[in-house]
Write a protein that binds this ligand. Structure first.
Ligand code: AKG
Length: 294
């Protein structure tokens, strides 16, 4: 089965008007707002020296992917090892080029990097509520594996560039998510989309991606359910994501989302299990009555 090619990433000027954002949001298409975060103080401030001086003592948790380097993705036993260190120690590793398979991902800025909070702004076109903004910082060459989020992502690219490969939610079955009981999690794909093993994952041949490159200063809106794999370019790349609570986004129609369908499947199986259990219990009660045990 071949998926229809998703239309490309829509580019809108900054600041986007409500009208310009309304249609892509309603159609749930990725949107790139070129220069959308250039007004953030972070854009001109966030050098490695500045980050170390402002927040170097903060303790953060980083993701160490070393054990998975060179291992085919579907054989990963776990996603990564989490390690605690100071933000400053991690930034020194970035500077020294020794953080190759260590990524600082999804660090809650208000809680864990509070001194940096004044440097960022929630994009004005975001007219629904968001969770706490999170920081991503990593070395050039890092690839954040293909996954989707259950909330919209609004990514502000602060330093360096990132290439983003996107697949529409309709590619769900072509991308073979890990099973929901695996330690990796069912929002991650088992397929290495840059070099898919079509003998193992034949449907992946039909998955069609779109791509964009985020330059420093750009903002990318990724609707919930869109798969994305993110490649850090340049010496290092830093971005901030505002995840938006999907329940508060009035433009949603959950039932049409395949990933929602996935959770629906789990709910359905649970309800079947409950039904089977109650039938089993009734039969056991009848059997006990039959043999006079009740
Ligand atoms: O920047 C990255 O490495 C990943 C970002 C991401 O997955 C997100 O913001 O949803």
């Amino acid at each position: 089965m071949t998926e229809p090619a998703p239309q490309g990433v829509i580019r809108v000027p900054v600041p986007p008007s409500y009208r310009e954002m309304r249609r892509p949001l309603a159609q749930r298409r990725p949107v790139l707002i070129a220069g959308g975060m250039r007004s953030w103080p972070a854009f001109s401030r966030w050098t490695l020296d500045y980050l170390i001086e402002r927040a170097g003592d903060c303790e953060v948790v980083v993701r160490n992917y070393t054990e998975n380097v060179g291992v085919p993705r579907h054989l990963w036993q776990r996603y990564c090892i989490h390690e605690k260190m100071t933000f400053g120690a991690y930034l020194e590793k970035i500077r020294a080029g020794t953080a190759k398979s260590i990524y600082l991902a999804q660090v809650n800025i208000p809680k864990d990097l509070e001194p940096l909070l004044a440097d960022i702004e929630k994009p004005a076109f975001l007219n629904y509520s968001s969770l706490d903004p999170v920081l991503w910082l990593g070395p050039g060459g890092h690839v954040e594996p293909l996954h989707f989020d259950t909330a919209h992502s609004v990514i502000g690219e602060v330093v360096g560039r990132k290439r983003v490969k996107l697949f529409a939610p309709t590619s769900y079955f072509a991308l073979y998510p890990f099973p929901w009981w695996s330690p990796i999690g069912s929002t991650f794909s088992r397929v290495d989309v840059d070099n898919p093993d079509l003998a193992l994952f034949p449907r992946a041949a039909g998955a069609t991606s779109i791509e964009c490159t985020l330059e420093a200063g750009d903002v990318l809106f990724i609707p919930a359910g869109w798969w994305h794999q993110v490649y850090c370019l340049d010496d290092h790349a830093v971005s901030v994501t505002y995840f938006c609570e999907r329940r508060t986004a009035e433009l949603f129609d959950d039932l049409k989302d395949p990933w929602c369908g996935h959770f629906e499947t789990v709910k359905y199986l649970r309800s079947k299990w409950a039904t089977a259990k109650s039938i089993g219990e009734r039969r056991m009660a009848a059997a006990r009555r039959l043999v006079g045990a009740e």
